[in-house]
Design a protein around this ligand. Structure first.
Ligand SMILES: [Zn+2]
Length: 83
C-alpha cells in the first residue's frame, strides 16, 4: 500500500513512491529566539523547481573534480592542448 506525503512547497499531497522527493531541514526560531530544526518535504516537481535536485551523479562528480583541481592549482590539459 502506498503512502501519501504532504508537499510543504506548494501544499499538496503526493506519493511516498516519488523517487525524486526531497526532505530538507531548516532552522527556524521560536518565540524565545531558540533555534528549532524542522523538516520539510518537497515532491519531485517542486524540488526540481526549487533547484534542490542535483544533476546526474556522474556529471556532478566530473564537475566537482575539475573545481577541486582548479582550487589546488592543478592544470588540466583541456586549455593548453586546444587546437
Ligand atoms: Zn509539490
Amino acid at each position: 500500500m502506498s503512502q501519501a506525503l504532504w508537499c510543504d512547497a506548494t501544499e499538496h499531497p503526493f506519493s511516498a513512491r516519488d523517487a525524486e522527493r526531497q526532505r530538507i531541514s531548516i532552522t527556524v526560531f521560536d518565540d524565545n529566539g531558540q533555534e528549532v530544526l524542522e523538516a520539510r518535504d518537497f515532491c519531485g516537481p517542486c524540488a526540481k523547481a526549487a533547484g534542490l535536485v542535483k544533476p546526474k551523479q556522474g556529471r556532478y562528480d566530473a564537475l566537482k573534480t575539475r573545481i577541486l583541481e582548479r582550487q589546488a592549482g592543478i592544470m588540466t590539459d583541456d586549455e593548453d592542448t586546444r587546437v
